[in-house]
Design a protein around this ligand. Structure first.
Ligand SMILES: C[S@@+](CC[C@H](N)C(=O)[O-])C[C@H]1O[C@@H](n2cnc3c(N)ncnc32)[C@H](O)[C@@H]1O
Length: 250
């Protein structure tokens, strides 16, 4: 196992409060997961790096058994309250490069908003492939380096979008003690996943309309409806800042 991924123990990572004012992003992500999993039913699902369990309740719609798999003790403590009304959701401490599940024991695995903390994910992807049963499903969110605004930025600089992850931390935070924060080229990620036997069979572009102005001028309902209408149409162009990949373990 590499170094401990316990950065979210720090009080600075008040992840529950992070979601204040982000109802649009939350609804956009939940809609994406529902769309990708529509019509499917699973036995055991695990949400890896699931934080305080924001998405675990939703996973219960699709799975008989849900495990929140999270490295931070603090997030797991918050989960005790957040998931108090859902006693059947298990909470287990682990990180993505050392998943405490038996080989082939999971039917569904989700990992949302975690890739941006994992600059070199090959060990984690191998672990995901190991714990999924053959034919099992994963939904992995990629912090997307190739989103439309970035493409324009790179174009204006006369550069191509890098294949390797780009560190997006401010200069003062670029040191080993600070949590990694990267954006990934989704094409590279899809190849890395394929090398581990995780085949991309669907994707959605998410948070396409993330904008303070749109949050002000549109009602939440209209804003989310417009987002949902864009997610599939814009998927192939990797338009939004977040790409949701639907994967099948071969
Ligand atoms: C931005 S939060 C996302 C939480 C949750 N997935 C969500 O979308 O609400 C990132 C989470 O990833 C966890 N994390 C960071 N590095 C990790 C790793 N190597 N393996 C598993 N989880 C990790 C953190 O502890 C934190 O809970």
């Amino acid at each position: 196992m590499s170094k401990r991924a316990d950065f979210y123990d720090a009080p600075a990572h008040d992840y529950l409060r992070y979601w204040d004012g982000r109802d649009y992003e939350n609804a956009a992500e939940q809609a994406a997961i529902r769309r990708l999993l529509h019509g499917r039913r699973f036995g055991h699902a695990a949400d890896v790096g699931g934080g305080y369990g924001r998405l675990c309740v939703l996973l219960q719609e699709f799975a008989d058994r849900v495990t929140l798999a999270e490295p931070s003790s603090r997030q797991l403590e918050i989960a005790e309250n957040f998931l108090a009304g859902h006693p059947r959701i298990e909470r287990r401490q682990m990180q993505a490069d050392a998943l405490a599940f038996e080989d082939g024991s999971l039917d569904l695995l989700t990992m949302i908003r975690v890739m941006h903390h994992i600059p070199e994910p090959s060990t984690e992807f191998a672990e995901i492939a190991r714990v999924l049963r053959p034919g099992g499903t994963a939904v992995i969110e990629v912090a997307n380096l190739a989103h439309a605004r970035n493409r324009v930025r790179y174009l204006l600089k006369g550069q191509r979008i890098p294949h390797l992850p780009v560190d997006i931390r401010s200069p003062e935070n670029r040191h080993d003690e600070e949590i990694a924060f990267v954006n990934h080229n989704p094409h590279t990620v899809i190849e890395q996943l394929a090398r581990c036997g995780l085949r991309t069979e669907g994707m959605l572009s998410v948070s396409n309309l993330r904008s303070t102005t749109l949050k002000k001028v549109l009602s939440h309902r209209v804003h989310v409806a417009a987002e949902v209408a864009c997610q599939r149409v814009l998927a192939r162009t990797f338009f939004g800042p977040s790409a949701f990949l639907l994967l099948r373990k071969d």
